[in-house]
Design a protein around this ligand. Structure first.
Ligand code: GLN
Length: 482
């Protein structure tokens, strides 16, 4: 898709202005219903950028792959001069003073930003129902969720309101909405992509990544945003690990695909999802891949490890949302009854934060408190190592591990919102990659019918540390034809 658009712009067959104009028209046409965007940037500004690219083409200059092609950005990623709300009332008026590291890279390549997309407040959730600014509906069935937390980005790509988008993934927030919306979502190895200028949820888990129409598109975007950023010490120099697009041939011959029986025996795994993913495994075998049964003995602890660690890191990261530096500033108003600093904190946080964010701050503060730290956070860290060791062993035998992305297709709006545990269980297959810090991708796998509507089903491939490119290659081999 991106390559095709690029070639058309480069050859002068279609202008960037026309492309941007048509996506903006789709946004105007569809987004009142879907609510994927929190902010759509000024049309004239966008078209002016597009015309500059078209001018370059007219002058016979070569443009880069993403140049003149529009995209949408999850609203936890800073674009200088634009609002970053994190879908929270607390940040409603926050204007980013700088570009995130990933945005700098995209600007250098000439990408054009259409706007900012909706999410669960501060990226905490799996349905966008926790957004302070309304739910993003699933383009395939408006009564269903788009997934989360990057639901706005996934819905925007699925509904052709943007050819591609950026999301963030702490425990599945790129992959699960991509599965629900029938698009591709990729999270690289922790440390591949800069987190600088991205509002942190859980620092040792967060990664920025692409949501796109195809594996190749995801690879193009990933290659652009990956690499060392001095301002994020967890990033590494882009090396041979991120290869060339031509290397993505999608040949499955000899590829060893890990099959974990436990994944497919889980209670709560939808019958259609199970059948679809198992069918795709058989097809991969026919295409030359070798399916190897492996075990991840500590997989059963992934979800608990994840929720313990991330709530702890959330409580620490959210301390800055204090109603003074960031936040509502309610307690600071002249007519306020606040008498102390604590009053200010209490007032602005009580008014400004949603229930899920408060729940996580409370859980995390508890887990980190004196006397509990060793029993909870430290223990969870030790279990994280056990899970990593399981993965290390597995990746001696296999090139990737296959799993459903989500146990079910997109669920109905309202189905899980009253039951946090049910919502957390939706992350059962995605969190392992974040706990293990490995790359993982969700690709469309098939369709399930519900209430007379066809809903997309996604499947996941998990790869070895820094084998991002190999994972993308295998994913390309398993991608459904158009
Ligand atoms: N659904 C997961 C959670 O609520 C994932 C969130 C994310 O990846 N940002 O924590």
């Amino acid at each position: 898709m991106i390559k095709k658009l690029h070639q058309k712009i480069q050859k002068g067959e279609v202008s960037s202005e026309e492309i941007c104009g048509s996506y903006l028209a789709n946004v105007a046409d569809k987004d009142r219903e879907i609510n994927a965007f929190l902010d759509v940037f000024d049309k004239e500004e966008i078209l002016e950028q597009a015309r500059q690219v078209d001018e370059k083409v007219k002058q016979g200059k070569e443009i880069s792959l993403l140049e003149g092609i529009p995209c949408a950005i999850k609203d936890v990623i800073n674009i200088q001069g634009k609002k970053t709300t994190a879908a929270s009332k607390m940040m409603e008026n926050y204007v980013a003073p700088n570009d995130a590291g990933v945005i700098e890279r995209l600007k250098k390549e000439g990408a054009i930003f259409l706007g900012k997309t909706n999410l669960d407040e501060f990226a905490m959730g799996a349905s966008t129902e926790n957004s302070a600014f309304g739910i993003t509906k699933n383009p395939y069935d408006l009564e269903r969720v788009s997934g989360g937390s990057s639901g706005g980005s996934a819905a925007a790509v699925a509904a052709e309101m943007a050819p591609w988008a950026l999301g963030t993934d702490t425990g599945g927030s790129i992959r699960q909405p991509s599965a629900f919306c029938g698009v591709v979502g990729f999270k690289g190895t922790y440390g591949q992509v800069s987190r600088w200028g991205v509002f942190p949820m859980a620092t040792s888990y967060d990664q920025v990544g692409p949501i796109a129409q195809s594996v190749e598109d995801a690879a193009i975007i990933f290659k652009t945003i990956a690499g060392k950023d001095e301002r994020d010490n967890t990033t590494i120099e882009k090396s041979g690990q991120v290869g060339e697009l031509e290397e993505l041939r999608g040949d499955l011959t000899g590829r060893r695909i890990g099959y974990v029986k436990e994944f497919f025996e889980k209670e709560g795994l939808d019958k259609d999802v199970k059948e679809i993913v198992e069918r795709r495994i058989k097809e991969a075998e026919k295409a030359g891949a070798k399916v190897v049964e492996i075990e991840l003995p500590n997989f059963k602890y992934s979800l608990a490890t994840y929720y313990l660690m991330i709530t702890s890191e959330v409580s620490s990261n959210m301390a800055r949302i204090d109603g003074i530096r960031f936040g509502l500033n309610e307690g600071l108003l002249p007519d306020s009854e606040s008498k102390s600093l604590l009053d200010i904190y209490k007032k602005s946080r009580a008014l400004g934060l949603g229930a899920e964010v408060k729940r996580r701050i409370i859980l995390g503060t508890y887990a980190l408190s004196a006397g509990y730290y060793d029993a909870y956070y430290k223990k969870a860290q030790a279990v994280r190592e056990l899970i990593k060791n399981d993965l290390k062993k597995a990746f001696v035998e296999v090139d990737c591990i296959i799993a459903p992305t989500s146990p079910t297709p997109a669920f109905k709006i309202g189905d899980k919102i009253e039951n946090p545990l049910a919502m957390y269980l939706a992350d059962i297959y995605t969190v392992t990659a974040n706990v293990g810090m490995i790359p993982a991708i969700s690709i469309p796998a098939g369709w399930a019918e519900r209430d007379g509507k066809k809903l997309p089903v996604g499947m996941q491939l998990l790869g070895r540390w820094w084998d991002d490119w190999k994972l993308l290659d295998i994913a390309k081999g398993m991608e459904l034809g158009e």
